[in-house]
Design a protein around this ligand. Structure first.
Ligand SMILES: NC(=O)c1ccc[n+]([C@@H]2O[C@H](COP(=O)([O-])OP(=O)(O)OC[C@H]3O[C@@H](n4cnc5c(N)ncnc54)[C@H](OP(=O)(O)O)[C@@H]3O)[C@@H](O)[C@H]2O)c1
Length: 295
């Protein structure tokens, strides 16, 4: 079975992005800038934001983190976003979720200029994705990373049956819409399953490409997978493990040991889809810089 190595691909991609940033710096004297806003002290969010800032700096982009108190008002956050929308040195704006209760996440998504929405959450970007205007939108980073993996591993997708389990706005829905597009790396017949789908195995067993974005450890078992299928595991779940220092370990939505005996190719967790997400965020930021500067 082929292991689709997201860790390696993300390192390759970051090197390519760094080379582009260096070239543009020499050519224009400018570099792409990503600003991340974090509201409150959520420890997981702080780790994500630190990782994004670190990777941004590694590839030579300008990284700015704006930290706001947990009791920040929605009005103040929206005003800050407006300022960033008008700042020509900022090419990407990301507001780390989840946000405190007093802030409406959708209002925040709408406030970000679609041309700087490198998370790809704004309805204009999602709408353009659905309509197939991929060259003029930002695709949300996790589905975009999966597309990049399928492309780099030359996975045949045209006319294949892709089953996506999960319909969240950030993974399942954009993923299914992406696989439906008439592109070299997509062009699939697509089925979407969710928590109200009866007999999910009936659908997953028909998948040539199975994408699991559920949030339930080991949900997809070997008997649910067609022999030879390509299996993409988006899930990141913590399970208790007394043998590790932290007392837990990360597993996907797919039972790796069982399914790897049936699938033809598969992403591991960790080291599959996860590392691609930050790399694609930086790719989107570079794309924003290129569009702004006509490069
Ligand atoms: N690798 C990465 O970079 C990355 C990025 C984002 C997310 N993730 C991980 O991916 C997983 C999914 O994330 P998400 O944000 O999409 O989660 P989410 O918003 O909680 O959505 C989960 C989806 O799975 C469906 N679902 C839940 N239980 C189900 C069941 N028993 N049978 C069928 N469908 C079921 C839900 O259906 P309903 O809509 O009917 O409720 C929902 O559509 C999580 O483990 C998350 O940590 C990883």
């Amino acid at each position: 079975m082929l292991i689709i190595d997201g860790k390696k691909v993300s390192l390759d991609l970051k090197e390519e992005l760094k080379a582009s940033v260096d070239r543009y710096r020499a050519q224009t004297g400018k570099v792409p800038g990503l600003t991340v806003i974090i509201v409150g002290q959520d420890p997981a969010s702080q780790v994500y934001v630190r990782n994004k800032a670190k990777t941004c700096k590694e590839i030579g982009m300008v990284s700015t983190v704006i930290e706001m108190a947990a009791d920040t008002s929605e009005e103040h956050l929206l005003k800050t976003i407006k300022g960033l929308n008008n700042d020509p040195a900022v090419h990407g704006i990301l507001v780390q979720q989840p946000l405190p209760k007093q802030i409406d996440e959708f209002a925040v998504t709408l406030a970000i200029d679609p041309s700087k929405d490198v998370d790809g959450f704004h309805p204009e970007n999602l709408g353009r994705l659905v309509m197939g205007h991929l060259d003029k939108c930002f695709v949300s980073c996790t589905p975009y990373g999966i597309l990049e993996l399928l492309g780099r591993y030359n996975i045949e997708t045209r006319g294949k049956h892709c089953v996506v389990v999960g319909r969240s706005n950030i993974v399942g829905k954009p993923m299914a819409n992406l696989m439906l597009q008439k592109l070299k790396e997509t062009n699939c017949t697509v089925t979407i399953c969710h928590s109200a789908t009866p007999n999910i195995a009936e659908y997953t067993q028909q998948a040539d490409i199975l994408i699991a974005a559920i949030g339930k450890a080991g949900f997809i078992t070997a008997d649910m997978v067609k022999p030879g299928a390509v299996v993409i595991d988006v899930g990141i779940n913590r399970i208790e493990d007394a043998s590790t220092k932290s007392g837990y370990r990360l597993v996907g939505d797919v039972d790796y040991a069982g399914v790897s005996a049936v699938a033809s190719a598969m992403t591991p967790v960790p080291g599959g889809v996860g590392p691609m997400t930050i790399a694609m965020l930086l790719k989107n930021t570079l794309q924003s810089f290129q569009r702004t500067n006509g490069l």
